[in-house]
Design a protein around this ligand. Sequence first.
Ligand SMILES: NC(=O)C1=CN([C@@H]2O[C@H](COP(=O)(O)OP(=O)(O)OC[C@H]3O[C@@H](n4cnc5c(N)ncnc54)[C@H](O)[C@@H]3O)[C@@H](O)[C@H]2O)C=CC1
Ligand SMILES: O=C(CO)COP(=O)(O)O
Length: 311
Amino acid sequence: MSVAVLGAGAFGTALAVALSVRGPVTLWGRRIGWREENPLLPGVMLPGQVRVTQGMPDGAQTLLLAVPAQALGRFLDDHARALNGRTLVSCAKGIDLASGRSPAGLLAAACPASTVAVLTGPSFAADIARGLPTALTLACADAATGHALQHQLSTPALRLYRTADVTGAELGGALKNVIAIAAGAAIGAGLGDSARAAIIGRGFAEMTRFAALHGALPDTLAGLSGLGDLILTATSEGSRNFRFGLALGRGAPFDPAVTVEGAATARAVARIAAARAVEMPISTLIAGLAEGRIDVKQAMDLLMARPLKEE
Ligand SMILES: NC(=O)C1=CN([C@@H]2O[C@H](COP(=O)(O)OP(=O)(O)OC[C@H]3O[C@@H](n4cnc5c(N)ncnc54)[C@H](O)[C@@H]3O)[C@@H](O)[C@H]2O)C=CC1
Ligand SMILES: O=C(CO)COP(=O)(O)O
């Protein structure tokens, strides 16, 4: 079964490069202005097994979707008809602000004849593209498809664990970006490593609470997608979400062209949390920061002044 990756950003390109050790891969982008080296993934030369195209691939039965969460709705408006009926693997980490849906939810709604899966977990594009060892979660409600995808998308460097908990896997990846911004903001504002650890610990608690509200299993959040990815992105300057937080904490500018999924996702989470009366204090404050309504000092003061409670 052949594979195509849709979305030629850093992650889509890295996935295509990684999977090409198993055979030819098609990489689709809406505008390809480069030949051998994608400027969004500098230092990685495209192997011959990766074919880059601007025409929607019609042969591949398995399609990996690596378009950012906030752009996926528009992408599907244009391409859902060509995708419908094929196996779709969502690789985006976010919640769509316009609809409140997850990427897999958007795919399922737009492509009802497709089986939808999720590929997520701690993995910087640059690491995957260089063939460094990486473990990911492959989530699919359909056991047979999940099993087939796990084997189809694993390589000697890319080890996939399987779960049927699509909601938990997706929310783990979406919510950790929000907490990574908070961790970056704490470090950027000079609040120290202890403050960051508090944000990671309490952030993980609110991630698990929010996911449980949506029917996810706590064990999923404690795995690669969730805790694993939270550790990576809240502690590494390789993360764009963490770097965005650093800039907020320092009061420094940040390039608006860089994809920072956690900013819009924080706003989507804050909306859902308010509507469903679930406490998401860190995510709600990150939404306020992302919208410029509060600054980092106010956010930290508000967190520290919350009523004392049981852990
Ligand atoms: N970069 C990384 O290390 C990782 C990224 N991801 C996730 O992958 C998703 C994509 O991120 P990146 O590739 O890193 O972002 P990126 O900023 O490197 O690339 C985004 C790509 O999407 C394209 N795009 C935007 N709107 C589009 C549309 N309407 N139709 C078609 N293409 C469109 C852009 O042209 C660009 O090529 C995000 O949800 C991110 O959280 C997941 C794991 C690792
Ligand atoms: O999701 C990622 C790593 O697992 C990439 O994180 P950033 O989007 O913050 O760079």
